[in-house]
Design a protein around this ligand. Structure first.
Ligand SMILES: O=C(O)CCC(=O)C(=O)O
Ligand SMILES: [Fe+2]
Length: 346
């Protein structure tokens, strides 16, 4: 039992021939996801192409995707496929390191810039459940933190994060134009030059009873836009109109979801989408995530031109890094923080 509590799921699955999941992992899943052919696809190159008609059309599509789905598949984003592959393969090598090496990064405090672990959630009935996932998270911007080993990976992740920032800022500029905000407003208010980026690699080994465990339970992300790429094994599901949908991703695309700060900034126009990661009994799934957010010290509330237009703010302003760290230490329900920021009717 101690092995289960102390080591990651990778070690657990590799050291024993499991036919069923240990009781600590048992999670009651909502019904499984189906497919939708209407998940939006956004062509990033049209945002930067210089053709004004194409640009305004894609900005409209982007706004619609954020409003209706809170999720889209980004194609033609300009980040080289070789870099993305290197990031996925390299990041997953972290989990092959000896336990002692990984354990150096076991989280002691929520603000530790590098954290390794397995994670657990407390259910509404006060039960602790372990997730079928090992993770490594690190803060990569404005300060860059990354484990020393495996070697050479720091440069790859540094570059991937840098390219992602360009893509994220360009998308946010397009989104804020769709909200009717002036050029440069979003950049200045959210201090995007020093935007906070949290890098995460999630490792989901095959699970003998995939329907009875969960990789990551339903949650929303804390930032503005989250980018996710993976090793070709599906597992990310998003909630849409109360139902779960599998996400498809064409070769070399980035899966993008709206997150809490965008819901707050847009005064509720764009909802932070709930999503979860399911597991399977065949192949290891690896996802590489970059949560792109405002600057750590930015105080984020609804954009004032939108508050004026809507008549009142729906959320109260909070300092972003405090929001992140409350969410990272909160293991219950992904929406708790947003509810905390919400101004209640009375
Ligand atoms: O691995 C996935 O598909 C989901 C990851 C995720 O939602 C997260 O890291 O916040
Ligand atoms: Fe997430």
């Amino acid at each position: 039992m101690a092995a289960i509590a102390n080591s990651g799921v990778k070690v657990l699955t590799e050291s024993t021939d499991l036919k069923s999941i240990p009781a600590e992992f048992s999670f009651v899943n909502e019904p499984t996801g189906s497919y939708s052919d209407s998940i939006p696809i956004i062509d990033f190159s049209l945002l930067t192409s210089g053709n004004p008609d194409e640009r305004s059309k894609v900005i409209q599509e982007l706004g619609k995707a954020c409003e209706e789905w809170g999720f889209f598949v980004l194609v033609n984003h300009g980040i080289q496929e070789t870099l993305m592959k290197a990031a996925i393969e390299g990041a997953s090598e972290f989990f092959d390191l000896p336990e002692d090496e990984k354990r150096k990064y076991e989280a002691k405090h929520v603000s530790d810039p590098i954290k390794y672990g397995k994670g657990s959630v407390i259910t509404t009935s006060d039960k602790k459940i372990f997730l079928w996932r090992d993770f490594m998270k690190s803060y990569v911007h404005p300060e860059f933190h990354y484990p020393d080993k495996p070697q050479n990976l720091r440069e790859i992740i540094f570059e991937y994060a840098e390219r992602s920032r360009f893509v994220a800022r360009t998308l946010l500029q397009g989104i804020s134009e769709n909200l009717g905000l002036e050029e440069g407003y979003v950049q200045e208010i959210l201090k995007l030059d020093s935007m906070f980026q949290l890098f995460a690699v999630n490792y989901y080994p095959p699970c003998p009873q995939p329907d009875q465990a969960i990789g990551l339970p339903p949650h929303t992300d804390h930032g503005l836009l989250t980018f996710l790429i993976h090793n070709g094994v599906a597992g990310l599901q998003i909630q849409h109109n109360g139902k779960w949908f599998n996400t498809n991703s064409p070769q070399n695309s980035i899966l993008v979801n709206t997150a809490d700060q965008l819901e707050i900034f847009s005064n509720g126009k764009y909802k932070s989408v709930k999503h979860r990661a399911v597991v399977n009994n065949q192949s290891t799934r690896i996802s590489v995530v970059i949560a792109n957010g405002p600057a750590p010290d930015a105080i984020v509330g609804p954009a004032s031109p939108l508050v004026q237009r809507d008549g009142r703010p729906l959320y109260r302003p909070l300092k972003y890094i405090e929001y992140v760290e409350t969410q990272l230490s909160n293991t219950v329900d992904g929406k708790v923080n947003l509810d905390f920021a919400k101004i209640q009717d009375n």
